[in-house]
Ligand binder design. Structure first.
Ligand code: URP
Ligand code: ZN
Ligand code: ZN
Length: 466
């Protein structure tokens, strides 16, 4: 007698779609059974005509923090929105501005305390490094041993005390190579961004419509090439967050073709929106870094996903308070950066990717779940539906529809970047570690069900590009 049986669905992995029933015992997958096999369970969910996919892993979210502005999501509301969107694991950051200058482990503990008891799905953290002090470098080993092998570094945001220079990047990469960790880097050239911004402001071009010119594609492309070069010199693995420019995809493609373990992430908003959004009266809502770019860049990102050059799609969800966004109406510099996508990430990949652009659903599963699990040390516990893996399972109805709006989503913010879009293909049931968290459009999970995930990365991931 199983606890749960999901019958008659199409079970998807990164490799194949098979007809099978999924049996769950407690928090784990007990097995995949032939669809015709007799089996008994305390609860049966009929998945006829539905896809049964591994729960999404969103490797880039910002909940409950003051990060270049106030975010609205707590770990409770953020993980509920994630669960509505078919995500069962989030990876946030240990960034906590009040703790800058403190010890890395203190910051980790403080962030972890914010999520404990509140998260409805499992969570993990990347550890921010914003300085190259000997004490900071020395502490990396402790953080890796704590179960956090991924470290976030910024090449911009000097004004927010987040910027690190090339020497720090290189030093951290060397440490991570020796300790089995990975650097996750935001790649924009600070000098060039500051120069382009100053030039625009001096010319009185401060409204959001001018924002993309403050961070043109070459500022991203120069930086990603340099950071890839540094990773190669350090013989270290590299993860590049929120890639927006076609030239940046090309840089990742070349590095991977050379055998370098470089993993590129993009986000739904960079795949689907363009800089035309900045001309709207609410253009300030779209201030994010890097900025939205052109349709040519959109297409290069889709090709990078289909071709395997880009490895993951994350949300970079940052549910900025309305006042902190509106502050940018007169001057883009005053708008807190960030977009919201934690709930729409998988639905948009299905609707715009699988249905409109023939992205195979196996590839959706790979970039939204399996690859983030592999790269960040959660596989095979997460990222696959297999015997022994966590029963993080999502049922997608390929015909279900939703019109995007702040009211139809659970994002706690005043806008949706996709307002008025019809999204087709929705997660209708989300199961986190054997417990149903969302069904029939209702949250039925429990704050505190989500637990902190200790991670360690498989050595092969740090040597061979996936
Ligand atoms: O501005 C963006 N894309 N996100 C918020 C801050 C960051 O750089 O992650
Ligand atoms: Zn960033
Ligand atoms: Zn971010």
């Amino acid at each position: 007698m199983f606890d749960l049986l999901i019958r008659n669905g199409k079970v998807v992995s990164s490799e194949a779609v098979i007809e099978a029933d999924v049996a769950v015992e407690g928090e784990r997958v007990a097995g995949l059974l032939k669809a015709t096999a007799p089996a008994a369970a305390r609860r049966v969910i009929d998945a006829t005509d539905l896809y049964v996919v591994p729960g999404g892993i969103d490797a880039h979210v910002h909940f409950d923090m003051e990060f270049l502005g106030r975010s609205k999501h707590t770990f409770e509301s953020g993980t509920i929105a994630a669960a509505f969107g078919g995500t069962t694991t989030v990876i946030d950051f240990t960034i906590d501005l009040s703790m800058q200058g403190g010890s890395l482990i203190d910051t980790v503990e403080r962030r972890r305390a914010k999520a404990e008891g509140k998260a409805v799905i499992d969570f993990a953290f990347h550890c921010l490094i914003n300085n190259g002090a000997d004490a900071t470098l020395a502490e990396i080993e402790k953080v890796v041993a704590y179960g956090i092998p991924s470290f976030k570094l910024f090449t911009v945001y000097r004004e927010a005390n987040l910027y690190v220079n090339d020497a720090t990047l290189y030093n951290v990469m060397e440490r991570l190579r020796d300790l089995g960790g990975i650097a996750a880097v935001h790649t924009e050239n600070a000098d060039l961004v500051e120069h382009c911004t100053a030039r625009l402001l001096a010319a009185g071009k401060s409204t959001p419509q001018h924002y993309p010119r403050s961070r043109p594609p070459f500022t991203e492309v120069e930086c990603i090439r340099r950071v890839i070069f540094l990773a190669r010199a350090a013989r270290a693995a590299l993860y590049v967050v929120h890639i927006a420019a076609a030239g940046a995809v090309e840089a990742v493609r070349k590095a991977r073709a050379n055998g370098q373990p470089v993993y590129g992430e993009t986000c739904p908003h960079y795949l689907l929106l363009t800089e035309s959004m900045y001309a709207r009266p609410d253009g300030y809502n779209f201030v994010m870094s890097p900025p939205l770019r052109s349709q040519v860049d959109n297409e290069a990102l889709w090709s990078g996903l289909a071709g395997g050059w880009l490895s993951t799609v994350s949300s970079d969800d940052n549910s900025i308070d309305v006042e902190d966004k509106r502050a940018g109406a007169e001057s883009f510099q005053r708008a807190s950066p960030g977009c919201v996508d934690v709930e729409t990430r998988i639905p948009l990949l299905f609707s715009e990717g699988v249905l409109k652009r023939q992205l195979p659903i196996t590839r959706l599963v790979e970039v939204a779940s399996t690859n983030p699990a592999r790269i960040f040390g959660l596989y095979p516990r997460k990222g696959v539906i297999a015997p022994g893996s966590d029963a993080d399972i999502v049922l997608i109805d390929p015909k279900a529809r939703l019109r995007a709006s702040p009211q139809s989503l659970h994002m706690q913010v005043h806008y949706s970047p996709y307002e008025g879009w019809d999204i087709v293909g929705l997660p209708v049931t989300t199961i986190s570690k054997g417990m149903v968290a969302v069904e029939n459009g209702t949250f039925v999970g429990r704050p505190g069900h989500g637990a902190f995930l200790k991670r360690s990365i498989a050595p092969a991931m740090l040597k061979d590009p996936l």
